[in-house]
Write a protein that binds this ligand. Structure first.
Ligand code: FES
Ligand SMILES: [Fe+2]
Length: 432
């Protein structure tokens, strides 16, 4: 029987059933009704700069190939042979003119066409036309400032409409540090690891859990920010005093958390150990102010773009994808971003910061994973499952257009997770 998703997710009262984090049937419905219809993050064009470059990614539980064909056109294909389904590409990344299936050697060009079938003339000619069996391609795909997004649903709204107002916040991730539009690249390579947790715990945390700082107290005490030196605490560098943390909730299910600098703001020096990095960031700060004016007051922090692509926009700058594997298993993928034209010294500096902050061995990420992993396991108990989770923080206290456009609040609030699960229930109930 189909679960009653509106009963499991009551965002008006702020009560959400534990069932949605552990139930197999709910998970199957997510794959069928959400991951086949939503726009999903697939990768970045900097991973496939040359013709015939490819990068193997995922959409939901399925393997997909992001590739650039001979004519430079970018495609996203399901990584499965039309004959018996074997993966046609078993590498993570590379360059090839053909994806040759290891099972019976059907070969596909990088534009997806089936070009080679052993013994074709003898056993298939006149029966099966090669043109009828290309690699299966996504219904819609966009390249947004170098990031590739795709959906299996031909009826899905265009990417811009799907993102809505959250697109401005994605820009805070993707635009150059000096305010020029776009210009990011992925710092090789991608970190991938598996956690015994439901994917939604991570997605909702990144949408703006301003309440969980206590989890990171030890990382804060150690002081791991980019410019950290002994005696300086915190995980990130500081902003002008008087800055506000603002959460914005979008009807499409996205949630963002940003920093709004005061009108009179200034660059805070930090990189004492590296004059070159210091000079670079000071230049970027000034240049961004000059280009964007009043808009430069908004600095991205974190957010979740519904359903499973999250980001940290500023420090450390990255896109996080929570790939569903099972109700209690998630594969985490992390793409670290830098400005394509940043000096090598800055890239090297950031690489070290990214490593000590994030990923399975990063100081901060370890804290978060402990919480999600045990929350998932604890959600499963026969008795525990009878008690819904309480998502009532700041319920009904949001305002419109204050201090940022949209449903925004400068308070600690769970309005972003509520927005996320509201949208989730729309998809799971099969609403348009
Ligand atoms: S499964 Fe690919 S050629 Fe048979
Ligand atoms: Fe955290």
């Amino acid at each position: 029987m189909t679960p009653d998703y509106d009963a499991l997710v009551d965002t008006e009262r702020g009560l959400i059933s534990r069932e949605i984090f552990v139930n197999e049937r709910v998970f199957e419905d997510e794959l069928e009704r959400l991951f086949t219809r939503a726009w999903l993050f697939v990768g970045h064009t900097s991973l496939i700069p040359k013709p015939n470059d490819y990068f193997v990614s995922r959409m939901g539980t399925e393997s997909v190939i992001l590739c650039r064909d001979r004519e430079q056109k970018v495609h996203v294909f399901l990584n499965t042979c039309r004959h018996r389904g074997m993966k046609v590409c078993r590498y993570d990344q590379g360059n090839t003119t053909l994806f040759t299936c290891p099972y019976h050697a059907w070969s596909y060009a990088t534009d997806g066409k089936l070009v080679g079938v052993p013994l074709y003339e003898q056993i298939y000619a006149g029966i099966m036309d090669k043109a009828s069996a290309p690699l299966i391609e996504v219904a819609q795909m966009v390249d947004y400032k170098g990031t590739i997004w795709a959906t299996w649903d031909p009826q899905a709204p265009p990417f811009e409409a799907y993102m809505g107002g959250a697109l401005d916040y994605l820009d805070l991730v993707l635009d150059s540090r000096d305010g020029r539009p776009g210009g990011s690249e992925v710092l090789h390579g991608i970190q991938k690891w598996t956690i015994p947790s439901n994917w939604k715990f991570s997605a909702e945390n990144f949408s703006g859990d301003r309440y969980h700082n206590v989890s990171h107290r030890s990382a804060d005490d150690v002081g791991i920010s980019p410019s950290a030196r002994s005696g300086v605490k915190g995980r990130r560098d500081q902003y002008t005093p008087g800055s506000k943390n603002v959460l914005v909730t979008f009807p499409q299910g996205h949630g963002t958390h940003s920093v709004l600098l005061p009108e009179n703001n200034w660059y805070i020096e930090g990189f004492h150990d590296s004059p070159a990095v210091e000079a670079y960031y000071r230049h970027c700060f000034d240049e961004r102010q000059r280009r964007l004016g009043e808009k430069a007051r908004v600095v991205g922090f974190n957010g979740t773009l519904f359903p499973n692509a999250s980001y940290l926009a500023h420090q450390p700058r990255m896109i996080c994808v929570w790939h569903p594997v099972g109700p209690m298993t998630t594969e985490v993928w992390r793409f670290y971003l830098v400005d394509h034209d940043a000096p090598e010294e800055v890239k090297a500096f950031l690489r070290h910061y990214y490593m000590r902050y994030a990923g399975p061995a990063g100081m901060t990420e370890q804290d978060d994973m402990e919480n999600w992993n045990y929350a998932t396991a604890a959600s499963r108990g026969t008795i525990a499952r009878r008690y819904p989770y309480i998502y009532q923080q700041g319920l009904g206290r949001s305002t419109m257009d204050d201090p940022l456009p949209g449903l925004a609040t400068a308070q600690v609030s769970e309005q972003n997770p509520r927005g996320f699960y509201h949208r989730w229930a729309d998809y799971l109930s099969g609403r348009d």
